[in-house]
Each structure stands twice: as structure tokens, then as C-alpha cells.
Design a protein around this ligand. Structure first.
Ligand code: WTA
Length: 631
């Protein structure tokens, strides 16, 4: 069986084998990688605890598979292209040989400041090459990276550092965001005041900014780098040793640290990349995500590098200096495979076709979409105006917890249907269930999306709290991994993801728990209580609608609205700005004190007619007030 499937028959055959004998299937795929020692068992698992162990007994280092193994054949091929924020500034290219050197130097700097195997390292950086080096350097020496997206606030960084007691932070002096320059190191400084575990902070000089350095704690990366060797052995890791932690929001409590392990994650990230995008040797692959999210982990770094690809990372934003930037960059670097989010497509679509027309986009072969449902209009625009009707558009459904793409067309191989993720990848067994957990069989049906058998990159735990992992993902429906999404299976067996069925909202592809946002709003002293729901938003997919009760003496005003936004920016970060804040005198609660979110959602959606039964409310009149004040 081939690693890269190139016909529908090969897909069908691989899928059938993966159902019939998952262990045989995945061990055959795993043979494609370099292992320092092979596994004793392919898979041991139960979803009750849950316990999932892939390739137990095997030893490997993912960076040997991402870099070293390619040196002989493609040492001088470009591994990484870096396109800066400023289109006039020089871009950079790193060959596989240069990448090995940069990662080794970074790894040696980390060792020199005391980082050891198993230590947690927080990485809070903009999209510059050193971010890629830092991630891979951690993997090289067996440290566990925890990348925190650079749009999160000091308070969010502190929570994440403390949850996994990181002793080390890697950061930069500052960053660009379009025309703006923004501080980074000072945000980390503010965070670590509350982080007793942090011993050392390595700072990359990106903007040449005057930066406060605390003696004994902070080091300049370029200074340390000049004193270390430029080669570093790859640490032998057990297949089930953690590779990274990535925090993501759920329906309850604070964001949780999803843990992925070395062996299984490697096998699946590489396999899914090769098959979904049908990557061909020497092509340029560009995923526009930030490495702060799972998409950047799996499809800017690990997936492409495992396949010896040329991968691009972009420091800027889609609208700087204008809404043609993506298309200009595609022409400039002859990008063949382009992978972005529906929110970006919708916003560029709204900017008008004039931003697309100056570019020829001839190099494109495959287009991808990820992060949220793509509506049919956006799919068609992407297919017509960017792909010129010749590039397949793969709509890839997956999650931080799944580590890699789960349901998607394989470009040019399996059939495409606008706004449908399509068929599962080999080894993935989706199942739809009803509220009681009963399987919904047949086609043309809708239900809660679960997965029935482990795949190599399923999350192993949530850091420091295994019970939370069990309750969140494995307790809702017995013997199933529950995704939190609702889905439809059409007459042909293709899946269409409808959206979250829990209290998670997806704003521009960013996940937030409604409780997480409410807790943040409630930190504002003027607020007594709040309730947050998502509502359909033309560009962002979902917008954040907050209902807020103010303390008696506080007046609802624009200033108060701004103050609440500021609280959210401080507590979570600039990505959590609410779209609408409605001040209310009360919330629709049942007699037992539970907020009836169904009503709040309907009002936020502008649907006032079908509010359903409100007679069980403590104060039915509040619904009239909320309706009257709806934004
Ligand atoms: C949603 C991002 C529809 C879904 C990789 C999922 C999607 C959540 C798609 C995970 C898609 C992701 N179509 N919905 N193609 N891809 N989602 O963890 O609700 O940031 O549960 O991972 O995004 O978001 P996460």
C-alpha cells in the first residue's frame, strides 16, 4: 500500500483495510518514517479511561524525520520561505541544510539556559523564522513546546504558563501587525509576574527595540547563539512521550492543554498532509494560519517538513498593505498549494475582485479551507476567482484535539462538493449519534459527530487533568470520542459540518467558550452578570453577542461598552473583542437559576418570533425587555 494515494480505487482500498485491520494499516504507514527503534505493539487502547498508546516501545525524534532524513536527497532544496510583513522588505529562504543548522543552534541555546527533556517551554512570538526554529528545537531536545498565539493577553499567557508550569519562555522584543508595531516582551514581563515557575526568558531581537532585560533571567538570543555549536544530536523519544501542549477552549472552565505525543502525531501529520493536498515534490505550500494554532503546527511545520516539502510562513495580515496581499504573495513565490480560512476568504471577497485581478495565480494547483464551515458563496468565489475553476478546493474538517485533518476530499481524487468536508481519511471512523448516543445509520441524516476508533494523533490527555479529558471527550457517549460538532451525512455519504453543538463559539476560526468570555467580562467591577452567545456574522462566521447586567449605579453608555471591551482584551486578548454588547436589567432564567441560552441565541440572531416556551421563566417579562433592546 502506497503512502500517498493517487486514485479513488487506492483510497477505497486503503479505507477498507483501515477498517478491517487498523493496526496493520497504521503500522504499514508508520514504516514510511525513520525510527531509532521499532514498536513492540502498534496500538493499545480503551476509551473508558481513556488510554491510547500508539507504537509503544518505539523510539524516534520527529525532527530527524522533518529535517535530517532529507539532507542527503534535498539538502539544498528550500525547506522554509519566510515572507515578511512589509512587502518591500527582504524575504528569506532556508534550505533543509540551513534549517538543520538553525534548529541545532536554537536547541543548543535552549540547552545552555538549562532546558532539559520533558521541560515545558512557552513560545510567545510573531510569525518569524525563529518561531519555527524554536518549535523544532524543543522537539529536537525533547522539551515540550507550548506555543501561545501572539494575540493573547498577559493574563492568558500567565494562565497557560502556570497550567503546565513552564520554566522557560521564548519571545521577541516586539512585532509588526500591518502598519503597526506592537510590544511582545513587555507583555511577557507582565505575565510572568504571576508565574513563579519561569526561570529564563530568551528574547529574539526582531525590531531592534530598547527592551528591559532582567539580569539573571533574560537573555538575548543572538548573543547566546554566537557561543554554541551548530549541530545538536536529536534526543531519542518514546513514541508516547509528549511532543507539545496546545491550549484550546472548551464549553466549560479555562482553556485546556491538549497533549499530543511524538510517534502518533508524526505518523498522522505527515500522512494527512501528503494525501489531502496530494503534495508533489518541489511544490511550494502555503498555509496562512499562525503557528500559534494547531493548523500552523501541523500544516506549516510538521506535515510539510515530514514530506520534504517547501513550506511558507507569512508574517503579515491579508489586508496589508491592501486586500491583494495574499494574491501578490502567491504570484511572487509561485505558490502551488494554498490553505486558508473561510473568514479570510469572506473578507477578501468583500473587498472586491479588483484586488484579485492584477495577479495571474497561474502557479496554484490546490486550494484548501479550514477552521469553520465554509458557506457555499465563499466556496464558489474561492473556486472561481482564485482557483480559476481548475483547482480543487478541499474543505478540511479537524480540531486541535485530532492533531490532523479528519474529514476532507483528497485533492483531485475523491469527489468535491461545495461546503462539504466530504469523506473521512483512511483510518478515521466517523459516526453520527442522537442525543442518547444511539447510532444514526444510513444516509441523508444529521446528528452529533463522534469518532469510533482511535487514530494515531488523537489527543492523549489534557495537561495535568486527565479526568477533564475523559469528561470532555469520552464521557458524553460511551466508547466514542465526541467532537462537539453537529454534522449531516448526505445521500452519498459525504459529511457536512454544521457547527458546534456545545457552548463553544467559533469567531473567525478562533475557538472561545462562552463561559470563558463571560468570566472575563465579569472581571469588570461595573458588571454584575453576563451571558454570551454566538450569532451568524457575514465575515467572521460567528460574532460574539454579550448581554450584560451592570451594577445599580452604573449607566449604560458607550464609555461603559468600551470599558467592557477593554476588560476582554486584557483578560483574553485582542482576538476576543465582542461584536455586540447589550445592557439588560436581567437574564432569562429558569426557576432553578439556569440561563435559557436558547432565548438569548434567538434574539441575537434577530429571530423574535420562535422563542419557544417562556412560561417556565422566573421573570417572563425580561424577554420583552431583551427583545426591545436587541442590537
Ligand atoms: C470547526 C481547527 C466546519 C469545528 C483545525 C471544530 C470546521 C473546530 C472545519 C475546531 C471545517 C474546523 N468545517 N467546521 N472544515 N474545520 N471546524 O481546534 O467546529 O481551532 O470543532 O481546530 O473548528 O477548531 P480548532
Amino acid at each position: 500500500m502506497k503512502f500517498q494515494l493517487s486514485t479513488i480505487e487506492a483510497y477505497n482500498e486503503a479505507y477498507a483495510l483501515s477498517l478491517e485491520n487498523p493496526s496493520l494499516f497504521w503500522s504499514t504507514i508508520a514504516e514510511h518514517y525513520v525510527w531509532q527503534k521499532k514498536w513492540d505493539t502498534v496500538l493499545e487502547w480503551n476509551f473508558d479511561e481513556p488510554r491510547v498508546e500508539w507504537f509503544k516501545g518505539a523510539k524516534l525524534n520527529i525532527t530527524e524525520n522533518c529535517i535530517d532524513r532529507h539532507i542527503a536527497e534535498r539538502g539544498d532544496q528550500t525547506a522554509l520561505i519566510w515572507e515578511p510583513n512589509d512587502p518591500q522588505a527582504a524575504y528569506k529562504k532556508f534550505t533543509y541544510r540551513q534549517l538543520l543548522r538553525e534548529v541545532s543552534i536554537m536547541a543548543n541555546v535552549l540547552k545552555s539556559i538549562g532546558v532539559q527533556k520533558g521541560d515545558r517551554v512557552c513560545i510567545y512570538m510573531p510569525m518569524i523564522p525563529e518561531l519555527a526554529f524554536a518549535v523544532l528545537a524543543c522537539a529536537r531536545i525533547g522539551a515540550i513546546h507550548s506555543v501561545v498565539f501572539a494575540g493573547f493577553s498577559a493574563s492568558s499567557i500567565a494562565d497557560r504558563i502556570n497550567d503546565s508550569s513552564c520554566a522557560f519562555v521564548i519571545t521577541t522584543d516586539g512585532m509588526y501587525r500591518g502598519a503597526k508595531q506592537m510590544p511582545v516582551k513587555s507583555v511577557v514581563d507582565e505575565a510572568v509576574v504571576h508565574c513563579p515557575s519561569v526561570q529564563k526568558i530568551a528574547v529574539i531581537n526582531h525590531l531592534n527595540w530598547p527592551t528591559d532585560m532582567q539580569s539573571g533571567r533574560d537573555i538575548w538570543y543572538h548573543e547566546a547563539a554566537s557561543h554554541v555549536a551548530d549541530s545538536c544530536p536529536a534526543e531519542p523519544m518514546d513514541a508516547e512521550d509528549p511532543l507539545f501542549i496546545l491550549y484550546t477552549s472548551g464549553s466549560t472552565g479555562k482553556p485546556k492543554g491538549v497533549v499530543h505525543t511524538c510517534g502518533g502525531y508524526m505518523v498522522y501529520a505527515g500522512y494527512s498532509f501528503a494525501n489531502v493536498f496530494q503534495y508533489r515534490d518541489k511544490e511550494v505550500f502555503w498555509c496562512t494560519a499562525d503557528i500559534g494554532w494547531v493548523t500552523g503546527h501541523s500544516y506549516i511545520l510538521y506535515g510539510p517538513l515530514l514530506n520534504g516539502a517547501t513550506t511558507m510562513m507569512f508574517e503579515g495580515i491579508p489586508t496589508y498593505p491592501d486586500a491583494g496581499r495574499f494574491w501578490q504573495v502567491i504570484d511572487k513565490h509561485h505558490v502551488n498549494v494554498f490553505y486558508t480560512a473561510p473568514t479570510a476568504i469572506r473578507s477578501l471577497m468583500a473587498s472586491g475582485i479588483d484586488h484579485v485581478l492584477p495577479y495571474n495565480l497561474h502557479s496554484l494547483r490546490v486550494l484548501g479551507s479550514v477552521g469553520e464551515p465554509i458557506n457555499e458563496e465563499a466556496w464558489q468565489w474561492y473556486h472561481t476567482h482564485i482557483g480559476k475553476e481548475r483547482c480543487p478546493v478541499v474543505d478540511t474538517w479537524w480540531q486541535t484535539e485530532t492533531g490532523g485533518i479528519m474529514i476532507s476530499a483528497l485533492a483531485g481524487i475523491t469527489p468535491l462538493k461545495p461546503a462539504h468536508a466530504g469523506l473521512p481519511l483512511p483510518g478515521i471512523q466517523p459516526i453520527l449519534v442522537d442525543a442518547e448516543g444511539k447510532e444514526i445509520v444510513g444516509n441523508d441524516v444529521e446528528g452529533y459527530l463522534c469518532i469510533r476508533h482511535p487514530w494515531p494523533s488523537i489527543l492523549r490527555t489534557t495537561y495535568g487533568d486527565h479526568e477533564r479529558c475523559r469528561i470532555n471527550y469520552f464521557a458524553t457517549y460511551k466508547q466514542l470520542y465526541f467532537t462537539g460538532d453537529g454534522a449531516r451525512r448526505d445521500a452519498d455519504g459525504h459529511y457536512r459540518i454544521i457547527g458546534r453543538v456545545d457552548d463553544v463559539i467559533n469567531v473567525s476560526g478562533h475557538r472561545f467558550g462562552t463561559a470563558e468570555i463571560e468570566n472575563a467580562i465579569n472581571q469588570n467591577k461595573a458588571v454584575i452578570e453576563s451571558a454570551v452567545v454566538g450569532y451568524p456574522h457575514d465575515i467572521k462566521g460567528q460574532g460574539i453577542y454579550a448581554y450584560v447586567i451592570l451594577a445599580d449605579h452604573r449607566e449604560a453608555s458607550d464609555a461603559m461598552r468600551d470599558a467592557i471591551i477593554e476588560t476582554l482584551v486584557e483578560q483574553i486578548g485582542r482576538i476576543a473583542k465582542p461584536d455586540k454588547i447589550q445592557f439588560v436589567s436581567g437574564l432569562p432564567k429558569t426557576r432553578s437559576g439556569k440561563i435559557m441560552r436558547r432565548i438569548l441565541r434567538k434574539v441575537a440572531e434577530g429571530e423574535f418570533q420562535s422563542l419557544g416556551d417562556t412560561t417556565t421563566l422566573l421573570d417572563p417579562l425580561i424577554v420583552e425587555e431583551i427583545k426591545a433592546g436587541a442590537l
